[in-house]
Design a protein around this ligand. Structure first.
Ligand code: GRF
Length: 193
């Protein structure tokens, strides 16, 4: 069972999943491994980390495609080389077309840095602070064609502290992401035939 991970930046969630696959022995227990990491940005630092770990990496630069559908088709072609059992969006900052979502129906998941259904979209931490939220968090969910609205697979909650900046809250949430995302992936692997 191949896991393909899509990133756009630092890839800390991708790294947490790779490290969990080793520490939790996913290959031996589930016949699963992280087969490849792809990014829409050649500058994504996570690509350097993944390559350093011996994981195949690839870049599909969205700027080279006039339409969203063409970008998605090119990305799908690279992903499907690995016949993935699971496609994991991890800090992947692209909105995917319905065709992409349909193609990976039921094997496409994402992590969003808020307690969905609250704060879909961007700048979730500043918005939570601005609203006076006492709690914030992260959500692992299935990806559907409606942004940030798929079935929830797991969540973690953190306190919003007086004087919190968006950066401080983001760091507190990210720590929890690194716990719940690998856990959610393992739960899905365990449930696969
Ligand atoms: C972070 O804001 C995280 O909350 C969200 O994507 C961003 C980058 O994550 N999931 P990563 O370090 O690239 O995994």
């Amino acid at each position: 069972k191949n896991i393909v991970i899509l990133i756009s930046g630092g890839g800390s969630n991708m790294a947490a999943i790779v490290q969990a696959s080793r520490a939790r022995q996913w290959p031996a227990r589930f016949g699963a491994k992280v087969a490849a990491v792809f990014s829409n940005k050649a500058t994504a630092q996570g690509l350097v980390w993944a390559a350093g770990e011996g994981i195949p990496t690839g870049v599909v630069d969205h700027r080279q495609f006039a339409q969203r559908e063409a970008f998605d088709a090119a990305l799908m072609a690279q992903i499907d080389v690995h016949s993935p059992a699971l496609v994991v969006l991890a800090g992947f900052m692209r909105i995917l077309t319905p065709g992409f979502v349909q193609h990976y129906q039921n094997r496409l998941i994402n992590i969003h840095p808020s307690l969905l259904p609250a704060f879909t979209g961007l700048n979730t931490h500043q918005r939570a602070i601005d609203m006076g939220c006492r709690f914030a968090g992260a959500t692992v969910h299935r990806v559907t064609s409606e942004l940030d609205h798929g079935a929830i697979l797991d969540q973690a909650v953190v306190p919003v502290l007086p004087g919190d900046t968006a950066e401080a809250l983001a760091g507190r949430v990210l720590t929890q992401e690194h716990i719940i995302y690998p856990r959610a992936v393992e739960r899905l692997l365990a449930a696969m035939p």
